[in-house]
Ligand binder design. Sequence first.
Ligand code: ADP
Length: 444
Amino acid sequence: EGANRSNKPPVPEFNDEDDGDDRVSAAEASLLNKLIRKSLVESSHHVEILQRDPSSPLFSVKSFEELRLKTELLHGIYAMGFNRPSKIQETALPLMLAYPPQNLIAQSQSGTGKTAAFVLAMLSRVNADCKFPQCLCVSPTFELAMQTGQVVEKMGKFCVNIKVAYAVRGNRLPRGSKIEEQIIIGTPGTLLDWCFKLMFVNMEKIRVFVLDEADVMIDKQNFSDQTIRIQRSLSADCQMLLFSATFDEPLLRFAQRIVPEPNIIKLRREELTLNNIRQYYFECENKEDKYRALCNVYGSITVGQAIIFCQTRKNAKWLYWAMSRDGHQVSLLSGELVVEERADVIQKFREGKSKVLITTNVCARGIDVKQVTIVVNFSLPTTVAGTAAFETYLHRIGRTGRFGKRGLAFNMTEKANLPLLFAIEEYFKIVIQRLDPEDMEALE
Ligand code: ADP
């Protein structure tokens, strides 16, 4: 009865075995970001310079021409569609390209142009006529190493004699091989083998050492140790560059072991706000009831695209079935998908090929889909301890103040969970207005 008045097929119940852990590792989150990122993340903040070598140039550039790059490199940059340096690049590039070389620790969130910046630095420092490794770039995962390599190949498209080698699992070269590629990108373990066991690389000749995604790197103990071993064998005048999306004490300690006499620059992340989001709640008995409320929302307002968050995979699947059965164009993003599949789902949603994205927490962070008009919490976000997860709420619903449009958010909650909702109101000093599913007038 109730939920299934018509003669539509019933939605199957999924059992607990469908309920896996949907937490994502730092490496996965970072790769997902790379895969779905098609343009720069905007920023209204200025780059902060935390520490500076007094001899380093303190200026920023507003154009790529000012950097006096090799013509073929400049062509490569323009061919990628870059018109001017990003916020972090304005300050980072003059430092990275200075003579004598300067060391740099740079932090900014994913998507702000760090990779493009160090790729440009590597390509610019390489002597294309010398057929031996001159730049080493360490990445925390195979996939990220491949992604970075693609950027080198794209940006270096017109630098015909510059080549890249990949020191990653599966890429075995016979002992005694001679590496002619000037840029080596790899993961710590394989890179260590190439440098010390197989002696492919003359460490004395490395001019630039890049450590990408240092925050992901220190997640894995032996990666930090391996990276430090590689760094120790470089010559004193090799340029050291380290990048990270986050910056806490452990990271800074690690960074300072890797990068002597660093310049440290930082670009603050855009703050999320709930200010321009109208927020409502429905008090519901069970998931069928929540689904009815959701249908009433669809009946009352025009919804462009929506993201719906479920707490469990089981509920996400159930809702996916129910909405598909009722003719909605829905896609499901859950932890069972590998990163590439997730990126694909998000991409299709971005292109408008599906109108509703149902997800568990996998996509709570980092995914900004600008055209989304409503966000639904099919369950309120909770911590492992069962209290309200404020940060998660903010990440699901919040928009960046300056670039965000107005938005609508709906929370579905059982009576027993109302205290969670009140805690959220209290914490953010906001009002979440109650809606009666049978009377949606208040929405107008
Ligand atoms: P990060 O390494 O900080 O995650 P990326 O270097 O990967 O950032 O850049 C994010 C996206 O922005 C990529 O798609 C990249 O091609 C693009 N991008 C980078 N620099 C610029 C620029 N100066 N102008 C336009 N797009 C850029």
